[in-house]
Design a protein around this ligand. Sequence first.
Ligand code: PFF
Length: 459
Amino acid sequence: MSSKNQFGSKIGLIAATVGSAVGLGNVWRFPAEAQENGGAAFLLLYIVCVFLLGIPVMIGEFSLGRGTRANAADAFSKLKPRGNWWLIGLIAISASYIILSFYMVVAGWTLEYMWQSLTGDLYEPVKTAITASGGTVLDIQFASKMHKYIGEDVRPLVMTYIMLLLNLVILLRGIQKGIEKISNILMPMLFALLLIFAFTSLSLPKAVDGLAYFFHPDFSKITAGVAINALGQAFFSLSLGMGILITYSSYFPKSTKLGRTAVTVSLLDLLVAILMGIIIFPAVMSFGLSGHKLSGTTLVFVTLPEVFAQMPYTRLWSTLFFMLLMVAALTSTISLAEVAVAYIKDKLNVTRKKACYIIITPLFFMSSICSLSQGSLSGIKIAGMDIFGFLDTVATNYMLPVAALLTCLFLGWKAPKGFLHKEITNNGTVVSKTYPVIETIIRYIAPILILLIIISNYL
Ligand code: PFF
């Protein structure tokens, strides 16, 4: 493999992989789950899931990618040329491509909100309303602003296209000059922003109450369903079962220590989730918004703007926050797209440049449909959901866990004997005391637990 198709430095490969993992999952899924499911009790459960399942499965995916140096589908057939094992990879590649089509739309929303924060438009009529009548008016105003914006046809499309073009430019530049370089710039920026927000949030009047809420474990909320949620969240957040980790690790040098890399990536991703909790709970507590459901779009596009509107330097904080969100989304979309680019490049035997165009062009259409499904196409329903919601459910609730389950079964039972050990120990040069545990998890524990996620999605 030419060195151009390999990450150039250890820091670079960690930055890129963390960039993939840290995304909207950390920002708007984690705080919502924590709020609903017993605060620190959920956090503890989540940490257990990351260690018990997340890290071993990540090591498994890294082994597949680095060991075969192939795209997410060929990685399977290289190890088992007979049979249709590559289909597992194809499910993952398709899932990540579908996810990309709507994730790009949300990335576009973050760009719009960053722009509107910078220009002040987001806060224009709203600021006057708070002083006059308090939080509820603010709430209605930001909610209606969000619905109005998302429901528009043209503007969200333009923002989605800008994000698509940004992705294209970075992907065209290749692994080292594109993905690695941009991750080396954006990831330190993201962590710096997170720290600034955490300190600011901790200096708010009711910071202690917010932290007490977040770190108080309410174990009565923990049920089997909540445990399955924590597991699902770990998979989503760590980008497991999507071909992303297989693809990125195919660019890892032979000397990369897979265990150590997986632990570093997972801990940094966990740190971001915890920092988001530390930022959000004190902020909502301090501004009388603790009754809000901290979920998804409402948290990000309604509750947080309400917080910023009540803080000094509203526009500055708001711009920085949406920049953080945009960066988190951008590095994740790049990794989602790279899965398909690597596959197409090999399958059609074309240059990287051609593969990038082949992958990005249909996305203009698919993302447009997702974006318009919030506007003039909102009347189209599939299984009771709009197109956006339908694709989200199919890809994240069904395809993603199925691909993860089959990947574990393949690695644990079908891959050549000794393959996993050889990769984890770098051909016997690195001692791995935890190998038997990792193997047991991949063979037995992970498949059983993932099966539970799949069954619970059907219930
Ligand atoms: N891990 C990223 C996130 O948490 O947002 C990227 C991602 C992974 C997006 C899995 C979507 C997905 F289904």
